[in-house]
Design a protein around this ligand. Structure first.
Ligand SMILES: Nc1ncnc2c1ncn2[C@@H]1O[C@H](COP(=O)(O)OP(=O)(O)OP(=O)(O)O)[C@@H](O)[C@H]1O
Length: 258
């Protein structure tokens, strides 16, 4: 059994490759420190979801390494999964269960003490505005409510690294605020959050560091200020910087291919 290394990065990826019919992730290196709020941006098809699915242990890489708090996630997948939560943009929950029953079920899978699980579930359902629906079947829920149930389920075993794929898409303003504040609260408590988003204002406001992926490679990374400096666009917003970076990457790829 590998012992978690307290000083190790929350996530360390080196030389990660994954191809389907064509390359999706091409030699990606990425490091995220413990307690960081990290936003992973990139145009459609850039390789964000593929990368995060490999980190969550749902997809085997072709090559490369993934380490989570010092645990080799490819060789100790079960141990790595204990500290990670994965929240997909297409939540899978059980329609026949209520949110309360679903959280009880997930907590049981992680062997969380039932009394602790009950207290955590009650807190999460309250924070996410689901308390009034705690005993209704999820089958009748809207997409936004289902997303929040999935998030609550992902957090019930108190993971140290939370990975979310487009967590705010489709949420109304109130639900988006609830999700953001649950995530910010976790980060304030030392948990690491990595999320993809196409909502650049969210990345701009919430993330301590931002990584931009294009064509399966990390093309830029840093705080908003660092990205501004790198792009030579003082005072620009993230949208302008992002579009510049991606256009620049596209031009370089075109030149390399010529
Ligand atoms: N299961 C799969 N089979 C075949 N190709 C895939 C599969 N999953 C992803 N791809 C391809 O890999 C590339 C990267 O896809 P990925 O979903 O990782 O991008 P993304 O950055 O998350 O995009 P988006 O912002 O649109 O969600 C795309 O060309 C996509 O078509």
């Amino acid at each position: 059994m590998t012992v978690q290394q307290p000083d190790a990065p929350a996530l360390s990826i080196a030389g990660l490759h994954k191809s389907f019919d064509k390359p999706a992730v091409c030699g990606l290196d990425l490091s995220v420190a413990g307690g960081e709020f990290y936003a992973l941006l990139g145009p459609n098809g850039a390789g964000k979801t593929t990368t995060l699915r490999m980190v969550a242990g749902l997809l085997p890489p072709d090559s490369g390494s993934i380490s989570i708090y010092g645990i080799d996630a490819l060789f100790n997948a079960v141990e790595a999964k204990r500290v990670v939560a994965w929240v997909s943009d297409e939540p899978m929950i059980y329609d026949k269960l209520s949110p309360y029953e679903y959280l009880e079920f997930v907590a049981g899978l992680w062997s969380v003490d039932p009394r602790i699980a009950e207290a955590r579930s009650a807190e999460l359902l309250e924070l996410l505005g689901l308390a009034p629906h705690a005993h209704e079947r999820c089958g009748g829920f809207s997409k936004g409510m289902r997303q929040k149930v999935a998030l609550a389920g992902a957090l019930v075993h108190e993971p140290r690294l939370i990975i979310l794929d487009e967590p705010l898409t489709g949420l109304d303003a109130g639900s988006a605020r609830q999700v953001k504040s649950v995530l910010q609260e976790r980060v304030a408590g030392g948990v690491t959050v990595i999320m993809t988003t196409h909502i650049l204002e969210v990345a701009e406001r919430m993330a301590r560091r931002i990584g931009v992926i294009d064509r399966g490679r990390l093309i830029a990374e840093g705080t908003l200020e660092e990205l501004r400096t790198r792009s030579g666009r003082d005072g620009s917003n993230l949208e302008e910087i992002f579009l510049d970076l991606v256009a620049e990457g596209g031009q370089e790829a075109g030149e390399a291919a010529a």
